[in-house]
Design a protein around this ligand. Structure first.
Ligand code: NAD
Ligand code: IPM
Ligand code: MN
Length: 357
């Protein structure tokens, strides 16, 4: 029996809908294993701007720092997506949260549930057995360097920067993870062009000497984008910079069938934050059709990584597996060629998972 304080931060759009399902799974786990989880809620993103003018209010940040873990939804709103001149933006809240909490490692598991072999647009024989663990650096790179305009507003710039220690700490996490898996690490950069990538490669090459049992390969990001689709099974652990990791993992979500299946853990110096990799998806917000499994699988990561609750975590993953085996699907993972599937909305899908807990 453990006592834990969990902060729920649903944010915007479908973030609200999928996080509600994630929270119910936490409640079910607490009940089953006799844990005492207490919950609080806080604002971020567009909803926080509307309420306070600030995409990450100080009160939210304080609550995050005082919690044992954060379950996060998504931020974003079309109002800002279509207004490049907006000075205050929902995404600033997310980036500030990552920086302030020191969340330098974003772990994104890409694991295909066998039942979803037919849901991907990639051929089943190419996909079968795919299991990749991405380590995306999360507090550096072009996201956090100096940005601005010059030449009378006619030129814009975003500076990409990495320091040695930033590469080393994410690199170490990736090497350690590879050691517990198939002992293969692929470091992805653009060292043929970018100075930050040349530092990246230098640091990873040096680290590799400390991990002689790990087979390391180096790939350029453009080739990696191609290899992920051509031969996803060649990858075990992948480590890469912030922007490359953002793009490659949205691509890799197709290996798992849908963005709606991909969970992530953002960890670092303090409280860990657990969130789907997808955004606020305003094209489907309010329709009750968003896939809640990414949020539910984020709960599994939360239990495992922040609370050390392996058994609880595995139970959540196996409940998802059983729901899929029973033929339940949200629209994004439905396979038109499998008529025996049962199409469910967000709420009903969450309820099916609860039944298996
Ligand atoms: P998105 O991830 O919100 O959506 C991309 C596509 O995937 C959409 O067609 C959407 O309907 C679908 N999709 C996403 N999640 C799904 C789910 N759970 N179930 C079913 N379908 C799902 O990306 P976008 O459209 O590029 O961005 C929308 C907004 O979200 C933007 O404002 C963006 O800045 C923000 N965003 C936020 C985060 C985050 O908070 N971590 C991540 C990505 C995008
Ligand atoms: C993600 C998102 C964010 C990112 C945006 C919304 C700032 O795409 O969490 O993957 O680029 O990191
Ligand atoms: Mn992204």
């Amino acid at each position: 029996m453990a006592k834990k304080q969990i902060l729920i931060v649903p944010g915007d759009g479908i973030g609200q809908e999928v996080t509600a399902a994630g929270k119910k799974v936490l409640e079910a786990i607490a009940l089953k294993f006799n844990h005492e989880f207490t919950y609080d809620e806080a604002l971020i993103g567009h909803v926080a701007i509307e309420a306070t003018g600030d995409p990450l209010p100080e009160a939210t940040l304080v609550k995050m720092k005082n919690s044992d873990a954060v379950l996060f939804g998504a931020v974003g709103h079309p109002k800002y997506d279509n207004d490049p001149s907006a000075k205050v933006r929902p995404e600033q809240g997310l980036l500030k949260m990552r920086k302030e909490l020191g969340l330098y490692a974003n772990i994104r598991p890409i694991k295909l549930f066998d039942e979803l072999l037919g849901a991907s647009s990639i051929k089943p024989e190419i996909l079968k057995g795919a299991d990749i663990l991405f380590f995306r650096e999360l507090t550096g790179d072009i996201y956090f360097g100096e940005k601005g305009r010059k030449n009378n507003n006619d030129t814009a710039f975003d500076v990409a920067e990495y320091s040695r220690y930033e590469v080393e700490r994410i690199g170490r996490k990736a090497f350690e993870a590879a050691g517990t898996r198939r002992k293969k690490l692929c470091s992805v950069d653009k060292a043929n062009v970018l100075e930050t990538s040349r530092l990246w490669r230098e640091v990873i090459q040096k680290l590799a000497l400390e991990y002689p049992d790990i087979e390391v390969e180096y790939q350029f990001v453009d080739a990696t984008a191609m290899l992920l689709i051509k031969d996803p099974c060649r990858f075990d652990v992948v480590v890469t910079a912030n922007l490359f990791g953002d793009i490659l993992t949205d691509e890799a979500s197709q290996i798992a069938g849908s963005m709606g299946m991909l969970a992530s853990a953002s960890i670092g110096d303090g409280t860990g934050v657990y969130e789907p990799i997808h955004g606020s998806a305003h094209d489907i917000t309010g329709k009750g059709i968003a896939n809640p499994l990414a949020s539910i699988l984020s709960v599994a990561l939360l239990l495992d990584i922040s609370f050390g609750m392996k058994e609880e975590s595995e139970l959540v993953i196996s409940a998802v597996d059983k729901v899929l085996k029973a033929g339940y699907r949200t629209g994004d993972i439905a396979d038109a060629h499998t008529p025996q599937e049962k199409l469910l909305g967000t709420h009903a899908m969450g309820e099916e998972v609860l039944k298996f807990l």
